[in-house]
Design a protein around this ligand. Sequence first.
Ligand SMILES: NC(=O)c1ccc[n+]([C@@H]2O[C@H](COP(=O)([O-])OP(=O)(O)OC[C@H]3O[C@@H](n4cnc5c(N)ncnc54)[C@H](O)[C@@H]3O)[C@@H](O)[C@H]2O)c1
Length: 324
Amino acid sequence: MSTTKIGLIGAGGVAARHARVLSGLPGVQVSGVTDVVPEAARRLADEHGAQVYADTAALLDSAPDAVYLCVPPFAHGDTERAVIAAGLPMFVEKPIAVDHGTAAEIAALVETGKVLTAVGHHWRYLPVVERAREVLAGRPVRLITGSWLDKTPPVAWWPIGGRSGGPVVEQAAHVLDLARHLAGEVDEVAAYGNGTPPAVEGADVDGATTAILRFASGAVGTLAATCVLGWKHRAGLEVYADGLALSLTETELVIRDGDGVETVRCEPTDGHVGVDRAFVRAVRGEEDDIRVPYAEALRTHELALAVALSAAEGRAVTPGAVRA
Ligand SMILES: NC(=O)c1ccc[n+]([C@@H]2O[C@H](COP(=O)([O-])OP(=O)(O)OC[C@H]3O[C@@H](n4cnc5c(N)ncnc54)[C@H](O)[C@@H]3O)[C@@H](O)[C@H]2O)c1
């Protein structure tokens, strides 16, 4: 098996996680790292025996087999354009942008250039999510309640709406992606923000957001998100169908029906490894098990933006409204 060389753009928290996972996959080498903060690139490159490159252009010149974009939400756009122009497969971390225009433009370039893409919605690779889908097959979802109840992450850009997109776009998007995965498309949302930012310097995002979701299937749902706790309290979904209740987190699925209760467990790393392995296998042409290519992530991004728009404007909106 020839070595698959991966370049990393952005060398922060999530890049370190991908580098660890990728370095543990057979036949994969983290070959290069670049970051606008050169010391960050140097630190991560040294851990994995990779080269440091001054910028994206230099990293692309080194001819990796594929590239990971692990930059903050506000930094998407130019990097994707450069990777697409180089014709390389790209793994993009969520959220794919802070706005809709950038993401839609990149999606069009990806489609025209037939670029192999994956986006970091790794929950879809969790065994508990796969099992939830199996259990729900043929049993229409009636009700979903999703939540992301957490602290404010300690990166400077996070509590600033124009930099991160806000808590729903940046964080609760994982739950919205799963809601789509389990119950189909949402055709209208009505959301409210509580108008008070978390007690963190420079914060301008809502400390709490709630939303009502109406699915095209007729299912209904809610989302609750807060970033004012000092710990990760809960991130997950409750899903209800006739005679069936599921409670799903990144580590556990509890299935209850008329016959009793069954609990299935897994590790978050199952998703982290699954999403990277699937991307690498697709890059090598071995198997296409990419569950969230860029176009699919755009649908989740549109839903998250619709929740944010509804909360900002105090009116119900369709996910399509964010395309206007
Ligand atoms: N899928 C997941 O579970 C998961 C987990 C954590 C983070 N994320 C996502 O990953 C993204 C990054 O998060 P993070 O925690 O690693 O942030 P971070 O701030 O720790 O790291 C981002 C890095 O990107 C660098 N950077 C900024 N602009 C750049 C550019 N134009 N070119 C190159 N480097 C640039 C920064 O200097 C920084 O080192 C966010 O969108 C976040 O939501 C996803």
